[in-house]
Design a protein around this ligand. Structure first.
Ligand code: SF4
Length: 348
């Protein structure tokens, strides 16, 4: 794995981003921001799953007016997503948001951009420039590959902020196309010192979206690129947080809750190992300690194949061997497979 790109450190509320800080997991609410109770409820649920930064859409003044109440009800830093209307950005800053996501070029009028930047600077609130392949401004050279057009669009926005002496910047360059996204981030990572928020946009429902995101985000992280991540899914945002941590854990970049090792099952298995693995996966969601748990389909290969697991089960016909660090610690009946395994996990 490549050494991590060291980016300029910024502070979003109490969360440090860049400068070698751990990669931060971010998500976005899917509630109507104006509905304060539902939005708080969803953010609190995300907090429970380990979400560290949350973004809310801010489509109008009513949504901006909801910010103080939302802020009071949550713990993690809040980022307001704003398009075009600079008054919403000013209201959001006034209301105490910890970060803004906006493209200053969309605001247009230089006086309005300056007002937003000044208000953000006074409060030490960073601005994320978020370029999406689907909504690029008209490029100077339309023949440029999309990845380069994305970088060019971001550079224009960055230069606009820099010209106002503002450097609390985070940048994202998202596309649905994974190679385009990777190329754009690789390019901009060499051009700017700012932290990068990475993700694949509109990645789809979980089955396909998690794979697209894991390939795109995972490739970049492996190359040392990325300071915050979001897995964008057509699903409840908790799925985004769970998937984000799985990506980080699979690259050994963060420890967060248990890791489940489970065999794919084969003709040697004498129990429904797929069902058992799913049940264990569900149970492990409530454990927040880093523990490696193995669910294996046979006693012949199970313990050996999962010998670096902390706790494991290798199932045979009607009975299973429970093992700890690859060593047998007991034999259990089929009716107790799940409960005995989970009891051992709790003890560990
Ligand atoms: Fe098959 Fe046993 Fe390997 Fe599972 S652990 S895939 S049951 S050989």
């Amino acid at each position: 794995m490549s050494q991590r790109r060291v980016s300029k450190e910024i502070q979003i509320g109490r969360v440090t981003v860049g400068g070698g800080a751990p990669i931060v997991v971010q998500s976005m609410t899917k509630t109507d921001t104006r509905d304060v109770m539902s939005t708080i409820h969803q953010i609190k649920e995300l907090e429970n799953y380990g979400c560290e930064l949350v973004r809310v859409a801010m489509p109008d003044i009513e949504a901006a007016q909801a910010i103080p109440a939302i802020k009071k009800g949550i713990f993690i830093p809040l980022i307001a997503d704003i398009h075009f209307d600079y008054r919403l950005a000013l209201m959001a800053l006034e209301a105490g948001v910890d970060g803004l996501r906006l493209n200053p070029g969309n605001i247009g009028d230089p006086g309005k951009v300056t007002a937003v930047v000044q208000a953000a600077r006074e409060r030490n609130v960073p601005i994320r420039i978020g370029v999406n392949a689907g909504s690029l401004p008209k490029p100077a050279n339309p023949k440029l590959p999309i990845a380069q057009q994305m970088v060019e669009a971001a550079m224009q926005q960055i230069q606009l902020l820099e010209s106002l002496d503002f450097d609390l910047i985070k940048v994202s360059l998202k596309a649905f196309d994974v190679p385009t996204t990777i190329e754009a981030y690789q390019d901009i990572a060499q051009k700017i010192p700012y932290p990068l928020h990475i993700g694949i946009t509109e990645a789809g429902p979980p089955r396909t979206g998690i794979i697209r995101s894991a390939v795109g985000i995972g490739t970049l992280l492996y190359q040392g690129i990325g300071d915050t991540i979001r897995v964008s899914l057509s699903a409840h945002p908790r799925e985004e947080v769970i998937a984000a941590y799985e990506i980080l854990k699979s690259l050994d970049l963060r420890q967060h809750g248990p890791i489940l090792v489970s065999c794919p099952s084969c003709g040697r298995a004498e129990v429904d190992i797929i069902k058992l693995a799913e049940q264990v996966e569900e149970e492990l969601l409530r454990i927040d300690k880093p523990i490696k748990v193995a669910v294996m389909g046979c006693v012949v290969n199970g313990p050996g194949e999962a010998k670096d697991a902390d706790i494991g089960i290798a199932c045979g016909k009607g009975k299973a061997v429970l093992f700890k660090k690859g060593k047998k610690i007991g034999v259990i009946e089929e009716k107790d497979f799940l409960s005995a395994l989970m009891a051992e996990v709790e003890r560990f």
